[in-house]
Design a protein around this ligand. Structure first.
Ligand SMILES: [Zn+2]
Length: 260
């Protein structure tokens, strides 16, 4: 499990709990505790979503500086999600500063809404940016046969940090599960992340879309999956679409040369 920074628990007054039942955001460990708080807020407004971005890649083993904690939501929830996150105290940044945030409409990787968050950003992205390939709700189409996993995140500073497989694992590690508040979060499994990015990169390559990424380019995430996550080539072996399989194989030059 990746190391996760977390702030020390404030020792003075007991922090004030807000109307969402939450402590000030800075109280929660970064990035997962704070990211899970975003889930808790969105859940209160029945906004379906999955986690997306650096913290998920890092969880799967990428050597990734966690700058961008992303949340994928349905397009029609963008205004509401933005409003409730601002309302909960996140600072809504309206810049299009490519240097500061590595995204800009002219580069085709812009973010529809972003907020200052710990030492980086939390941003919202919407399903249409991924051509509605991600099933966020029961009954959504799933043409790429993607799989979403659920993990439990302990919210409060303590020995147990980051996502865990289930609440029983939490109980075993802490020995005192009742005193630890936790939140279930959802995100794609590594194979699904790889397939989505390969699919989008393929469409970009064929001139069928102009978006080059969501913050990070499609091709950058594919490379991360190839070099940091899929070390045993299990993901490669699982991709049945021949075009996407071969695109991914090309990201593994040594392997590609031995198989050709
Ligand atoms: Zn900004």
């Amino acid at each position: 499990m990746p190391a996760v920074d977390h702030p020390s628990r404030p020792s003075e007054d007991i922090p004030v709990i807000d109307k969402y039942g939450l402590l000030p955001l800075s109280y929660y460990p970064s990035p997962w505790g704070r990211a899970a708080v975003v889930t808790r807020i969105l859940n209160q407004f029945s906004i379906p979503h999955i986690h997306w971005g650096d913290h998920v890649l890092r969880y799967y083993g990428a050597d990734q500086i966690i700058r961008m904690v992303a949340i994928l939501i349905p397009d029609e929830k963008l205004t509401k999600a933005t409003q409730v996150l601002v309302d909960s105290g996140l600072e809504h940044c309206k810049c299009t500063n490519v240097i500061q945030h590595f995204s800009h409409p002219a580069y085709g990787n812009d973010l529809p809404a972003h907020f200052c968050f710990a030492n980086g950003l939390v941003y919202l992205c919407t399903t249409s940016m991924l051509l509605d390939q991600i099933p966020l709700r029961e009954g959504d189409t799933n043409p790429l046969d993607l799989h979403i996993v659920e993990r439990v995140v302990p919210l409060l500073p303590g020995k147990v940090v980051g996502p865990m497989i289930d609440s029983s694992a939490l109980k075993n590690q802490s020995g005192d599960a009742e005193s630890i508040d936790f939140q279930t979060v959802r995100f794609l499994d590594p194979r699904s992340i790889t397939i989505v990015y390969l699919y989008m990169e393929r469409l970009l390559h064929e001139g069928k879309i102009t978006r080059s990424g969501i913050g990070m380019p499609w091709t950058a995430v594919v490379s991360i999956m190839a070099y940091h996550i899929d070390l045993d080539n299990q993901i490669l072996a699982s991709i049945t679409n021949k075009v996407l399989h071969d695109d991914f194989l090309q990201c593994k030059p040594y392997l590609a040369s031995t198989l050709s």
